[in-house]
Write a protein that binds this ligand. Structure first.
Ligand SMILES: C[S@@+](CC[C@H](N)C(=O)[O-])C[C@H]1O[C@@H](n2cnc3c(N)ncnc32)[C@H](O)[C@@H]1O
Length: 293
């Protein structure tokens, strides 16, 4: 028998959705319904509309087992993106797993600012994306600036494997290369028209209080920014002028409460036209400025 029906215990799409979403909600999950829809849709090969249209369809035994496995992992806090193995970013579907931070919609602002504030530059620009993780920022930028050469770097070999795979899958590999090492070390002696980074910026003491999904599943190396969260930001702001072409742009993602401190840091180091851009929720998110002459 292929259906999960045993006697009258039939688990239809609607029944699974209701039961599982209620269960997650009781455990304090704010996106319970969406999470369950994504997991169930993944198992059944249906989108959200498909789940509604086929809400009375019973799940087969294998479908129910597969859903239960994913659902049990989600209950422990494992991010949906790791369970699905994919995440949308800037209109691209990227592979993600536990080696990389899950790309956030707020980081799309960094791509927008980088594109907006380098529009007047040469057709043959050079860009560097440090702390690239899944490669999301470098890949989105490279796809929108096909005549530029983009270099992406990370200290984590595991992250670079994921990023390379994403660059091949999206076609960004045509104008994107990867180097490995800490911050500017792998690009010693090179200069760029644009340097972007979404560095780890969580104060070390705040990590314990983060949601379980982040604290227990995303790489610590992607989160920990030292005592006040700004260890890497300070290094980047100090070292970037030696790696920017005249008038080149530095653009950094920061936490919502790090805007004024980071903008002041850029000004102290002689950057011009320093701005703080807000994210979708209206919070400070991207600090950028043109390098000192
Ligand atoms: C916050 S994640 C950002 C990932 C990706 N750019 C994004 O926006 O989703 C920070 C990344 O910085 C990397 N990282 C941490 N310390 C580093 C260092 N000293 N040099 C280069 N990369 C570093 C981590 O491995 C991680 O992939």
């Amino acid at each position: 028998m292929t259906q999960a029906a045993v006697g009258d215990d039939v688990w239809s799409i609607k029944r699974v959705l209701t039961w599982a979403a209620d269960d997650l909600k009781r455990r304090g999950n704010d996106s319970a319904r969406l999470d369950v829809e994504l997991l169930l849709g993944h198992v059944l090969g249906l989108d959200r509309i498909g789940l509604i249209l086929h809400s009375e369809r019973p799940l087969s035994g294998p479908e129910l087992s597969r859903f239960r496995e994913l659902f049990k992992r989600r209950r422990t806090g494992e991010p949906v993106a790791y369970l699905l193995g994919a995440r949308e970013f800037y209109g691209l579907s990227l592979r993600v797993d536990a080696r990389v931070l899950v790309p956030r919609p707020d980081s799309e602002r960094l791509v927008e600012i980088a594109l907006e504030r380098t529009r007047a530059r040469s057709m043959l620009g050079q860009a560097l994306d440090m702390c690239t993780g899944s490669g999301c920022i470098a890949i989105a930028f490279a796809r929108h600036r096909p005549t530029w050469s983009v270099t992406a770097s990370d200290i984590s070999e595991g992250a670079l494997e994921v990023a390379r795979d994403n660059a091949h899958r999206t076609g960004a590999i045509r104008n994107l290369r990867f180097v490995s090492g800490s911050l500017f070390t792998p690009v010693a002696g090179l200069r760029f028209d644009l340097v972007t980074a979404n560095p780890p910026y969580i104060p070390a003491g705040d990590i314990q209080g983060l949601p379980v999904d982040v604290r227990d599943f995303e790489p610590r190396l992607a989160l920990d920014g030292g005592p006040d969260g700004l260890d890497l930001v300070r290094d980047i702001v100090r070292e970037a002028p030696a790696h920017l072409t005249p008038g080149g742009l530095l653009a950094l993602e920061i936490a919502f409460d790090q805007g004024p401190r980071t903008a002041a840091l850029l000004r102290e180091h002689g950057y011009a036209e320093v701005t703080v851009a807000k994210d979708l929720g209206g919070r400070d998110r991207v600090v950028s400025g043109y390098g000192p002459p």
